[in-house]
Design a binder for this molecule. Structure first.
Ligand SMILES: [Zn+2]
Length: 58
């Protein structure tokens, strides 16, 4: 189930405060920051915006 579009408009990368985009990853959906090249996992439709737990995007 995709994230609510309005939520995607207000969420920002916690590291650089840039826009994130929803993208499919190997382990499910994630929010990707292209500036930081980080993927924030979406768990139970809730984005995990802990920078320490973000993974590098490919
Ligand atoms: Zn960022």
């Amino acid at each position: 189930m995709p994230l609510h579009p309005e939520l995607l408009e207000i969420v920002r990368c916690p590291k650089c405060l840039g826009n994130v985009t929803e993208r499919k990853t190997k382990s499910g959906s994630g929010l990707v920051c292209d500036a930081c090249r980080l993927v924030y996992a979406i768990v139970n439709e809730i984005p995990n915006f802990l920078v320490d737990e973000a993974r590098p995007s490919e």
